[in-house]
Design a protein. Structure first.
Lengths: 123, 411
């Protein structure tokens, strides 16, 4: 049903590596920054990763809508000039999910470091 | 930073809509996003149109519509799996309960009917609609969606009609005929004329249409099947004999009462009361029989071709059931009046004629016909509820005969 190969993430990493991380990235960013709009999210990710990960609109908006439909995000429409901007905020359950997702990802990373016998790059 | 004019914003919104983005929320998101990109990245001396067309391909791989499709997919993704799970669960549940129910019913064990009701209900009202909804999602062509929905309606109605038939609920024949009508007059034309246009599928369509038509014919035969004329003839002869006995008993009672009156110059006043009660009761029963006959022959004179009526409707459960009971199984006022008159007659016989233990005219609670569980139900339910036309008429006539017999015995 859902084509996993259709991940619209532009990055210097292969799509296999960052597959499934989009929700975690969005939830973590929104939990830390309060309300954000779509363009702002893409720019924030680009800035934080030095352009190594760039979210595309084709991946971002479907995920934002799905998270809103699940009650994990709420929206607030604000008039900006002659258009409407939708700000996204994480709900209480969304914050809990964000923590779970980040912890899960941290655990996964640790397992991968152990599995591939990598030394964490602290510098 | 460039500031976009109202015309430019409207142009972008129109472009988004033109590219097939129908979801309003998504339109607003993309509009704001494209505006942000232009405002932040376009130089003051750059042409708006050129810049717009240069940046828009970064939003998609093939076309802008894929964002809408991806959103739709993600929104239905969760429900899709939940629906699929419920569909498989209800399917397995229906199959198991159906087999168990059929086995229990076959062995005359309790709970067979309840399990069958549960099985067919979950199959018709849960499994089949979910199969249709999930299949409809996969089908893209509108004609195929219509064919699928008609097929689903047919399947639901037909399986419900089988449930109604085995439970002897009223309306089973209407349901099965409606289902077959939909199959033959709605589904088949859509399927046939849709497939015949396609040269590759032509032979397949013709073969499948013939198979559907034949299956429809066989199902029609199955649902409208009646006992053989020979069986009905035996039923009819029994009822005819009973009717004759009743008429004979009525005439004999009248004759005896006249003889008695002649012998003693006058009848006992009590007997007049008894005679009137018996007359009234027999008349009420006769009226009820005529009412059922009139209904079953849809206004034709039932006496004109009574034998034919009996042959055709001896096994009809619906008409007598609908006339004698309401949807909840409560008896009609006519039936209650007959029962009350019988009770009154019994009291009269006990008080005035000292007839205490009358085996006939029994209106005590009893177990109904063909009830393997021997459940005790009120008299009217035992004798008339879910009982076919032939037996209802026989029971009513037997009752009239009983009344006349007891009346004659009091002279």
């Amino acid at each position: 049903m859902y084509n996993q190969n259709k991940v619209y993430l532009c990055s210097m990493y292969s799509s296999e590596l960052i597959k499934g991380t989009l929700k975690t990235i969005i939830l973590k960013l929104l939990s830390e920054n309060g309300k954000m709009y779509g363009y702002e999210i893409t720019q924030k990710v680009k800035e934080l990763t030095d352009g190594k990960i760039q979210l595309t609109e084709g991946a971002l908006y479907p995920t934002l809508h799905a998270l809103e439909d699940d009650g994990i995000l709420t929206t607030n429409a604000v008039n900006v000039g002659n258009r409407i901007r939708k700000y996204y905020t994480v709900t209480k359950s969304g914050k809990k999910l964000a923590t779970e997702k980040v912890n899960e990802y941290q655990d996964f990373m640790n397992t991968m470091i152990f599995l591939l016998d990598l030394k964490p790059n602290l510098g | 930073m460039v500031v976009l004019t109202e015309q430019q914003v409207t142009f972008i919104l129109d472009e988004i809509k033109r590219n097939g983005i129908e979801l309003e929320e998504l339109q607003l998101n993309l509009l704001d996003h494209i505006c942000c990109v232009i405002e932040n990245e376009m130089l003051a001396d750059q042409d708006f149109g050129e810049f717009y067309h240069a940046i828009i391909p970064r939003f998609f791989k093939r076309d802008l519509l894929e964002i809408q499709q991806e959103t739709d997919l993600l929104l239905t993704f969760k429900h899709y799996y939940a629906m699929k799970k419920v569909m498989i669960g209800s399917g397995i549940f229906s199959a198991i309960t159906f087999i168990a129910g059929a086995f229990l019913k076959l062995m005359y064990l309790p709970a067979g009917s309840a399990l069958l009701v549960l099985a067919v209900s979950s199959f018709s009202l849960l499994f089949l609609p979910l199969v249709f909804l999930l299949k409809a999602k996969e089908v893209k062509v509108k004609r195929e969606k219509i064919t699928l929905s008609v097929a689903a309606i047919f399947a639901i109605l037909f399986s419900l009609s089988i449930l109604f038939k085995i439970m002897h609920w009223p309306g089973a024949n209407i349901l099965s005929m409606t289902a077959l009508g939909i199959l033959v007059f709605v589904f088949l034309p859509i399927y046939f004329f849709g497939g015949i246009r396609n040269a590759e599928a032509r032979t397949n369509t013709i073969t499948t249409s013939i198979l559907i038509l034949s299956a429809g014919g066989l199902l029609f035969m199955l649902t409208s099947i009646k006992p053989s004329r020979r069986v009905n003839f035996l039923h009819y002869t029994a009822l005819q004999q009973l009717n004759e006995s009743y008429k004979y008993a009525t005439a004999q009672t009248k004759m005896l009462s006249v003889d008695s009156a002649t012998a003693s110059n006058k009848l006992k006043p009590d007997f007049t009361e008894l005679h009137n009660s018996c007359d009234e009761l027999c008349h009420k029963i006769e009226t009820e029989k005529n009412r059922i006959n009139e209904y079953i022959t849809a206004g034709q004179d039932p006496k004109q071709d009574y034998e034919e009526v009996f042959y055709d409707y001896a096994t009809d459960y619906d008409v007598p059931n609908n006339l004698l009971f309401d949807n909840l199984g409560n008896p009609s006022s006519h039936l209650i009046a007959i029962k009350n008159d019988m009770a009154h007659l019994k009291t009269l016989l006990k008080e005035k004629y000292n007839k205490r233990d009358i085996a006939i005219l029994n209106i005590a609670d009893a177990d109904s016909y063909g009830n393997p569980e021997k459940e005790i139900v009120p008299w009217e339910k035992a004798k008339f509820y879910h009982v076919p036309y032939g037996l209802v008429m026989t029971n009513f006539t037997q009752l009239q005969l009983d009344v006349r017999m007891i009346e004659a015995s009091c002279l």
